[in-house]
Design a protein around this ligand. Sequence first.
Ligand SMILES: C[S@@+](CC[C@H](N)C(=O)[O-])C[C@H]1O[C@@H](n2cnc3c(N)ncnc32)[C@H](O)[C@@H]1O
Length: 257
Amino acid sequence: MSALETQKRIDELGAWFQNLNLNGVQTAPHHFLGDYPAVKFAGFAQALPNGLTGKSVLDIGCNAGFYSLEMKRRGADRVLGIDFDERYLAQARFAAEVRGVDIEFRQLSVYDVGSLGEKFDLVIFMGVLYHLRHPLLALDLIREHVARDLMLFQTMQRGSSDTVQLEADYDFWQTEMFSRPDFPTMYFIEHKYAGDPTNWWIPNRACTEAMLRSSGFDIIAHPEDEVFVCRVKRECPGSDVTRGTQQAKASLRPASA
Ligand SMILES: C[S@@+](CC[C@H](N)C(=O)[O-])C[C@H]1O[C@@H](n2cnc3c(N)ncnc32)[C@H](O)[C@@H]1O
């Protein structure tokens, strides 16, 4: 396919969020964050296994497939990208076709990952959490249904980037920690943030880390401010992990059940 034909197809597929280089043509050359996500990936690419031969990857909120394509380039056997926006999926399918790689892209919400009936060696959950009304539910469902070993995670963060040693419990009359900027906090966006009505919850760093732990992930690397590499914790009865997944299941159960 010539560069001219590639440009025509790129234009037909609507506005692109991810800037990919397809046949020498940039898909989003004017992205407000620059050459995105390539510039971001450059800051933490080394934190992921270089060789993924024999491994399976699930890219949740895959958009135009940047991370799916990167993981395929690292040799992953099976890569599945899911997103609930069919327009982005059409872009991702076109990108994979141009690059000549075999990646499956499927329309699916993160809330429905249980329907996949399959666990993946690496789950990529980048830039989606703050777009969700139910962020903790999504993490619990990922942990319960699709994460076998590693998760690459990113969220927008605001507020303090300090972390503090948390107590296991606090007395009812002890309230001073709620005024501390480093206590786990999520900012709720009722209307819009950065002009985007799909931004719902923005955690500070302590909250990001606490939510990951509480959903059953150990943080094994923090290569960049917003990016965390996690490993699935071994489940033990009575732990927060078990508590979290039980609550996730209960909240999905129809009221009549
Ligand atoms: C900010 S983009 C991030 C794209 C990509 N992961 C990255 O880091 O460059 C958020 C993506 O999440 C998708 N998304 C939002 N809510 C979703 C949901 N409930 N289930 C699946 N995908 C969702 C959007 O369609 C969009 O492609």
